[in-house]
Design a protein. Structure first.
Length: 254
C-alpha cells in the first residue's frame, strides 16, 4: 500500500478566520495520524487569515497548502476548490473555528477500514465561543441511510471522512445552496451508500452566540428548501420529515 493510499486530504474553507486559523493548523499538525495534507482555501478574507497561514507555512511543513481565491464565492465553492486540488484518497472537512480531538483522524480511519465504509462520521460536543465543551453531546447512530437522514441533520461536517476510491470525486462536490453540506450528504446517501457513525466524541462544534445555525427560523427555511427544491419531496413527505427533524434538532440542544 502506497502513502497515497492512506493520505487524508483535509479541506478547510477560510474566511476571516484570523482568530482561529493558527490554532486550527497547530491542531492538525498535532494529530496522532500524520499522513495528511492540509488544504486551506482562503475565500478572500479581509482580516489577517492569509498572513497567518503564510507564516505557519514558512516554518517548512510541506503538507500545508494555501489556495488563495481572487473572488469571494462562499463555503461550497471553497470546499470544492479544495476537493479539486486534493491528492489523497480520503477527504476530511474541517471548519476553521471547530476543534478535533488529537486522535480524531487515527480513530476515524481505523473505524472506516473496520466497517469497509465509504462514508463515516462521529459524535461531537457543543462548545461555547471559546470552544470549551458544554457537556451537550450529540450521539450518532451506527448506520444512517438516505431515508433516515432526511429527518435528522445529525452529520456534522467537521466529523466527516470520505473514501474517494469508493465515492468518486464528483459525488462529494457541494451544490451552491444553503446548507450545502447537508445537501451533499443526502446526495451521497441517495446512491445507496450508507454512512456509518462512530459514537465517540472526536470534535467540538464551536457555537458563537450569533451564529447562523443558532437562528431557528432560518434553519427551518433552509431545511424546507432542501426538501422541496433539492430533493423534490412531496408536500406530505416534506411535512413529515420536517416534524421529526424539528423534534430531534430541539432535543440535541437541550
Amino acid at each position: 500500500m502506497t502513502q497515497r493510499d492512506t493520505l487524508i486530504s483535509i479541506i478547510v474553507p477560510v474566511y476571516n478566520a484570523g482568530a482561529y486559523i493558527e490554532e486550527t493548523i497547530a491542531m492538525v499538525c498535532a494529530q496522532t495520524y500524520q499522513n495528511w495534507e492540509l488544504i486551506l482555501v482562503d475565500d478572500c478574507s479581509k482580516d489577517d487569515s492569509r498572513q497567518k497561514i503564510e507564516e505557519c507555512m514558512a516554518k517548512g511543513d510541506g503538507r500545508i497548502r494555501l489556495i488563495a481565491k481572487t473572488v469571494n464565492e462562499g463555503a461550497a465553492r471553497a470546499r470544492n476548490t479544495g476537493l479539486d486540488n486534493a491528492q489523497g484518497r480520503f477527504i476530511a472537512f474541517l471548519d476553521a473555528d471547530d476543534i478535533w480531538m488529537q486522535d480524531k483522524l487515527e480513530k476515524e480511519l481505523l473505524f472506516m477500514q473496520k466497517k469497509q465504509a465509504a462514508f463515516v462520521f462521529t459524535a461531537y460536543e457543543f462548545g461555547d465561543e471559546d470552544a470549551k465543551g458544554t457537556g451537550r453531546i450529540v450521539h450518532v447512530p451506527e448506520v444512517l441511510t438516505y431515508r433516515k437522514a432526511l429527518s435528522r441533520t445529525i452529520i456534522f461536517t467537521t466529523t466527516v471522512l470520505l473514501d474517494m476510491e469508493k465515492t468518486g470525486r464528483d459525488l462529494i462536490r457541494m451544490p451552491e445552496v444553503k446548507s450545502e453540506d447537508t445537501a451533499t450528504w443526502w446526495k451521497i446517501l441517495k446512491t445507496g451508500i450508507n454512512a456509518y457513525g462512530l459514537d465517540e466524541v472526536l470534535a467540538i462544534y464551536r457555537r458563537p452566540a450569533k451564529s447562523l445555525s443558532s437562528n431557528k427560523l432560518e434553519a427551518i427555511r433552509r431545511i424546507w428548501n432542501l426538501y422541496r427544491k433539492e430533493e423534490k419531496l412531496s408536500l406530505p413527505c416534506s411535512c413529515y420529515n420536517l416534524f421529526f427533524w424539528a423534534i430531534r434538532a430541539t432535543l440535541r440542544r437541550l
